[in-house]
Design a protein around this ligand. Sequence first.
Ligand code: FAD
Ligand code: FES
Length: 245
Amino acid sequence: MIKTTAKLIKKKELTKNVFSFHLECFEIANLAKAGQFINILVEGFTLRRPISICEITKNGLRIVFSVRGKGTKKMATWQEGKEIDILAPLGNGFSDSTEKDSILVVGGGLGVAPLLEVFKSNSKKIALLGFNKDEDVILKEDFKKYGKTIIYTQDGKNFEKGLVTKDLEKILEKENINKIKACGPEKMLDAIKSIANKRKIDCEISLEERMGCGFGACLCCQKILEKDNEKISFHVCKDGPVFVV
Ligand SMILES: Cc1cc2nc3c(=O)[nH]c(=O)nc-3n(C[C@H](O)[C@H](O)[C@H](O)COP(=O)(O)OP(=O)(O)OC[C@H]3O[C@@H](n4cnc5c(N)ncnc54)[C@H](O)[C@@H]3O)c2cc1C
Ligand code: FES
């Protein structure tokens, strides 16, 4: 983990109140892994804001975030050229895959962001991305650039209608998938976990929890996970955010 300054070199509003930032920070680009996150200092706030790494570029990182509260609202006002104080890379990311693996990435809402780098760096893969409404869809072209991508929305006007898990079992069967990597709302992750467990497919999920320090010192991000009928306590920031389930 490094405390450093990253320069905001490209800012774009992807949909209403969802922003993409390209950050220039060479040393983090060399260290970071898909699924890890960065902790951002916002002026006027003591606690940093954790945001996932969406893409690792040759000169830095890309993050995608939505405005939820006061900190992210302030971040949305930052302009290109801004020097941002970050701690990075943090947490454990997704595990590496081999050429033989056939990967399914499943993302819901903003949870699609940390999956882009995983999708990029695997060869045999399919992405299932789910959103509430058609206008919430983000990163469609970015995923499509790297492989087969199916998008689900509740509206279903321009995309498949329904939940992102709708065709999951069918696709697992047809495409001979042996690894799932997922991020999104808890209900979606629960559904994926139970299908993966039933079919004995390796499954990694990325969790979100309210955080303080971001590196294991304050213990405020504790979460209980059930594995093999046993309840185990974890800290999302240092043991995760990616967990094998
Ligand atoms: C590992 C991880 C990765 C994340 N990646 C992304 C991402 O890629 N894109 C994105 O839009 N959001 C992401 N989030 C959620 C993001 O951190 C919160 O939306 C953000 O911290 C809210 O800050 P705020 O000041 O706007 O809200 P406020 O509610 O005002 O925040 C108050 C405090 O609570 C903390 N907090 C509030 N909500 C969350 C939350 N959901 N998770 C952690 N801390 C929270 C804040 O950091 C702050 O310390 C991630 C969270 C975690 C834990
Ligand atoms: S956020 Fe401090 S221990 Fe996890």
